[in-house]
Design a protein around this ligand. Structure first.
Ligand code: SF4
Length: 361
């Protein structure tokens, strides 16, 4: 089928059938054709619900209505020697972010308690660095052991940059659940985003993680002048690598970073990307990560028809929506929090307490 034939088909009255066909294909383990993927990325805005219904069919098949919450902790902030154009913590960023060295185990343990209070089932420990020294790995491994002992139910994900031989194994021995290292964009586009390391370096770390038997978490970041081809390429690459968890970030153009002027996304485009990633990676946990509030705005709930996970609390250097609003959004949609205790929903603010009087004059 040609591109125009597929696009025409998507725009006709049978778009609902087309979306369901894509869903069935995805569930059966087949990869979408390039033409089908491009049709998803150009899905008519006024018919977006049909596309999200297709994505929801796949999500429901593998994840039901469950939503997993992750809690981010910036364990080393603002002192990275790399030059990633999107990052507020890079050496080329003037953003007024906090600067501190690697946190010790006690601070990480304290954050684990906060993660649980926010109903998160995974704590993601992220350090701004090119890659850890062996001393850094030992320190994080000690923290992992302590958190494991105190909160055995909490999954732990480390994100410490590029790994050297033997470091993934040390984290695995300490009991880390997952290791995050995003591909961010396509191989072709990577040079436009960073010059101090390569796409191949990133692939190498993900491969080391998988070889060490750690669950690989690797995703992408959109809104950096990538083309539809780049979006498809990074989504397909993650499919090929069979990563278990895929964070999807939307660029937050932080003042002081080289990418501050980029304003390319719309809420509808973010939904199309999420739907495509769900079709391409039906069994992977799809996490809507940075930029959710800024880019999806009032359409945030629709993102959950494709994704089955979000981050609660603040991001690495920017504020997120209040955690209780996220929980409320999930429950209002009739979705369920993963790991939630039945009957623990009694924290809702009574409607009468939400009424605010206007006072004029
Ligand atoms: S390697 Fe990570 S922390 Fe360092 S500049 Fe790039 S994205 Fe930021």
């Amino acid at each position: 089928m040609t591109v125009s034939a597929v696009e025409t088909r998507a725009s006709l009255l049978n778009s609902a059938q087309f979306a369901q066909d894509l869903a069935e294909k995805s569930i059966a383990g087949e990869e979408l054709s390039r033409e089908e993927a491009f049709a998803v990325l150009s899905w008519p805005a006024d018919d977006i619900l049909t596309l999200m219904q297709g994505a929801f069919r796949v999500r429901q098949e593998f994840f039901g209505k469950r939503v997993k919450l992750n809690f981010l902790l910036n364990v080393q902030s603002g002192i990275c020697a790399e030059d990633c154009g999107y990052c507020s913590q890079s050496r080329v960023s003037d953003a007024p972010v906090d600067k501190y060295k690697l946190m010790g185990p006690d601070d990480i343990l304290e954050a684990a308690e906060k993660a649980i209070a926010n109903k998160a089932t995974r704590l993601c420990m992220v350090a701004s660095m090119r890659g850890p020294t062996d001393k850094d790995v030992n320190s994080v491994a000690t923290a992992i052991r302590q958190v494991r002992q105190t909160y055995p139910q909490l999954e732990l994900c480390a994100c410490l940059g590029l790994l050297k031989e033997g470091q993934a194994e040390k984290l695995e021995e300490a009991g880390v659940t997952a290791y995050n290292h995003n591909l961010n964009t396509s191989e072709r586009h990577y040079d436009e985003v960073c010059s101090t390391h390569t796409f191949a370096d990133r692939l190498d770390t993900v491969s080391k993680v998988q070889k060490a038997g750690i669950s690989a978490c690797s995703g992408a970041l959109f809104g950096m002048s990538e083309t539809a081809e780049d979006i498809l390429e990074v989504g397909s690459r993650l499919r090929e690598m069979q990563v278990e968890s895929i964070p999807v970030n939307f660029l937050v153009p932080v003042p002081g970073t080289p990418f501050v002027g980029k304003q390319e996304l719309t809420p509808i485009q973010c939904l199309r990307i999420l739907a495509l990633f769900r079709f391409l990676n039906p069994r992977s946990t799809l996490r809507i990560a940075g930029g959710r509030e800024l880019h999806l705005r009032s359409l945030q709930p629709l993102g959950l028809y494709a994704a089955n996970s979000i981050f609660v609390g603040d991001y690495l250097t920017t504020e997120g929506q209040a955690g209780n609003l996220d929980v409320e959004m999930i429950r209002d949609m009739g979705f369920e929090l993963e790991g939630d205790v039945p009957g623990a929903a009694g924290e809702e603010t009574p409607l009468s307490e939400r009424v605010k009087f206007t006072h004029r004059g």
